[in-house]
Design a protein around this ligand. Sequence first.
Ligand SMILES: NC(=O)c1ccc[n+]([C@@H]2O[C@H](COP(=O)([O-])OP(=O)(O)OC[C@H]3O[C@@H](n4cnc5c(N)ncnc54)[C@H](OP(=O)(O)O)[C@@H]3O)[C@@H](O)[C@H]2O)c1
Length: 260
Amino acid sequence: MNLKGKTVLVSGATGGMGEALAKQCAQEGCKIALFARREEQLKILCKQLAKKTSCVYKKCDVTNPNEVKNAVLFTQKKFGGIDIALLSAGVLMPNPIETINSSIITKSMQINFFGNVYFIEQLMPVMKKQHTGTIAVVSTLPDRRGIPGWGAYGASKAALSWLMESLRAEGKQKYNINFITIKPGSVETPMIEEYHRAGAISPEKAAAIIIKGIKRGKKVIQFPLSQVMMIRLGDLFPVAAYDMIPVEMQKGDGFPNPEE
Ligand SMILES: NC(=O)c1ccc[n+]([C@@H]2O[C@H](COP(=O)([O-])OP(=O)(O)OC[C@H]3O[C@@H](n4cnc5c(N)ncnc54)[C@H](OP(=O)(O)O)[C@@H]3O)[C@@H](O)[C@H]2O)c1
């Protein structure tokens, strides 16, 4: 896929990966529509990108279906269509067993899962009418097995990966819409700055891998390779062996102490 001249909608555009994706899409000659909650940061980024290409922005909280609807309408109105949606908005909230409560799980689902569901719901009619389009959603690499302390996040991303996988074949065969699941390992963004993650890559490198994957027509874009191999190997562990991995090792460095 040649990206030049394409209209790209980016959610989570004020964050590490969303921002890097917006910048690199602008370099490719795409027209960009930016969305997130922090309006001032959207304005600064948009001003920067407008030196290279057409760029618009609007505040959008993905937990609000009306704001998501307005984001899609706004992009359509400004640019006449939407070729690619890069949906990167997300939050990471630890929930150790001591703090298990429905509020953390509900919030994670509202942002990481339903935030994307609302976008897909609004984008589908636009792309169906165009008879083409690409919806690329950021899930996570460990989307198949539970990890102690990260149940809320993992559940929201596993649900998202499942939904995307379910939509992919039907979307392509019936409407020529590409559903791409992006599954990053560790990326050095504000989201994980409190946690030390060995082998984390920069958001710029992550964005470059994602854009290369989209151009090549990949359906699942997972990276970095060393973490893909490790996680997918872990997916094959028998349950008894998986459960013997020390809990603290699975939670990772920087996991908050529930006593504090
Ligand atoms: N970093 C990693 O290692 C890693 C690994 C796997 C997957 N991911 C996923 O990658 C995506 C991007 O994360 P990142 O690492 O770039 O994190 P980040 O720097 O924290 O960025 C998160 C973005 O999501 C936006 N956001 C959060 N809640 C929102 C809401 N209610 N409505 C609208 N926007 C919202 C934030 O913008 P505002 O605060 O301005 O709204 C921000 O732009 C996320 O989906 C994350 O789960 C990250």
